[in-house]
Ligand binder design. Structure first.
Ligand SMILES: *Cc1c(COP(=O)(O)O)cnc(C)c1O
Length: 473
């Protein structure tokens, strides 16, 4: 029988074989089309052409896997991927993932993986401080992504507002709970409302002003109306860097309203939270320190591999109240120490150690490395706006982040213009950008999500857009 470990010489050889293939891709990502030509049956065939009744050699299998990924992926690590907040993964985080896989630490109980647990506790504390929370009160947990962190926030807010919830759930509530977010919030908030059993009807999507920030007059008016009509408001979610347009809600203003009505105030800073790491940008998030909880994805602007989100709160105890359960079979070697078992703080039970790759990247780059990169990307974003305006495009959003929504206003009434130009660019394999509707009208959306994106890359993009517009006529 073949050992699942393989033997030491095979391992040596496979490490090298795999690293050579990966290094070729990583160092030469730019030679790929940004996105493949999409042929679904070809992809399905490529996956299914192997058959688990007859096995391949390790090298054949690894080669098949790497080739498939290379041929059939949108290359988010490509410098001309101007898409959603999917970064190129920085190299230390890739090594962090490998190290995590080899040790395979169990992040359910503290006592099984004290070092990995303490890494996460340290990172939660450090980021909590960066966000301006009082040191002694910081608590939090790592999550698989912003969606899980946002779901965690809704659960904490529910348990905070309705202490009987853990026992009796929604039964026994005399009033229907409602929550507030802006119409530009990420849809994971809606998913969270659905998941916890509140339902979409419990969400009030507050319209945004012209600058795409939540309209606080309307927020206040809607809360008052809900109270009068017998609903029970319990939570408001502000966004620091919306997914569509990079808008930052007025966090100080939301805090005031939240206080008036005793609402939990969560800030979804999945992308924009990185701004706290740069002295020139951190004031943009003014008021985030006043929130009750924060979502921050390190797998977005901090460019660590996926599955790294931080949920941070300044209510010590709320995570335990929300998730604690006693399980007699869980290891308790550390029961006399002041430690927390992550399974009592999280939706998850057995869990991968998400923090290791962020810890490694921070040790190697330091805060300073991130500061420089974040600033560099915002500068490339400024340059992109400049080039677009020179080319006769109008920037339609006013985000200080490198998320640029733009349009040629001469084509506002051509329904197919945006789609046609974007599809041609994507089909050419030269760049990847997306459409984002602002007040119902489509705009082009380009985000500098890769720390390697250069001035030449954005010059090329603007050239491709200008040509597309010309072809459209
Ligand atoms: C990306 C994003 C999310 C969802 O995070 P995932 O990591 O994809 O789960 C939530 N909110 C905002 C503002 C986002 O940009």
């Amino acid at each position: 029988m073949q050992s699942f470990d393989l033997n030491p010489s095979e391992r040596q050889e496979l490490y090298k074989f795999t690293i050579d293939l990966l290094e070729k891709y990583y160092s030469d990502t730019k030679s790929n089309r940004v996105s493949p030509k999409l042929d679904i049956s070809k992809i399905v065939d490529a996956v299914r052409k192997v058959n688990f009744s007859e096995h391949l050699t390790s090298k054949e299998a690894i080669k098949h896997l790497v080739e498939g990924m290379k041929n059939h992926s949108v290359h988010t690590p490509h410098p001309k991927y101007f898409g959603l907040y999917n970064p190129r993964a920085n190299f230390p985080s890739i090594m962090g993932d490998l190290i995590t896989a080899v040790f395979n630490p169990q992040l359910a109980a503290w006592s099984h993986s004290p070092f990995a647990n303490e890494i996460e506790n340290y990172l939660i504390a450090e980021f909590g401080k960066k966000f301006g929370y009082p040191h002694a009160n910081i608590d939090g947990v790592f999550a698989s992504g912003g969606a899980e962190a946002n779901l965690t926030s809704v659960l904490c807010a529910v348990n905070h507002a309705f202490p009987q919830f853990a026992k009796s759930g929604w039964f026994g509530m005399s009033k229907r709970p409602v929550m507030y977010c802006s119409a530009e919030s990420h849809h994971s908030v809606h998913k969270a409302a659905k998941t916890v059993g509140l339902g979409y009807d419990a969400i009030r999507n507050i319209p945004v002003r012209k600058d795409l920030k939540m309209d606080l007059e309307q927020l206040k008016g809607t809360i008052q109306k809900d109270v009068q009509e017998g609903y029970q408001p319990f939570m408001v979610i502000g966004t620091a860097g919306t997914t569509g347009t990079g808008a930052i809600d007025d966090l100080v203003g939301i805090r005031k309203i939240a206080d008036e009505y005793a609402l939990w105030f969560h800030v979804d800073a999945a992308y924009g939270g990185a701004a706290v790491l740069h002295p020139d940008l951190k004031d943009l998030l003014d008021g985030i320190s006043l929130s009750d909880s924060i979502t921050f994805d390190a797998h977005k602007w901090l460019s660590v591999t996926m599955g790294t989100s931080l949920f941070i709160t300044r209510h010590k105890g709320i995570l335990s109240e929300t998730f604690r359960i006693t399980a007699e079979y869980m290891p308790k070697e550390a029961k006399d120490l002041e430690i927390v078992d992550p399974f009592t703080h999280s939706i998850q039970w057995s869990r991968r150690a998400y923090g290791i790759k962020l810890y490694l990247a921070l040790m190697i780059f330091g805060w300073e490395g991130y500061e420089k990169t974040i600033r560099h990307q915002t500068k490339i974003g400024e340059k992109l706006k400049e080039l677009l305006e020179k080319g006769g495009w109008t920037v339609m959003n006013s985000s200080p982040f490198p998320v640029v929504c733009f349009m040629d206003e001469n084509y506002l009434d051509h329904p197919d213009f945006t789609k046609t130009v974007i599809n041609e660019i994507i089909d050419s394999g030269k760049s990847w950008i997306s459409i984002y509707p602002i007040f119902g009208k489509p705009t082009f959306r380009a985000c500098i999500t890769n720390y390697n994106t250069s001035v030449e890359d954005i010059e090329e993009l603007v050239g491709e857009l200008n040509e597309g517009r010309e072809r459209f006529g």
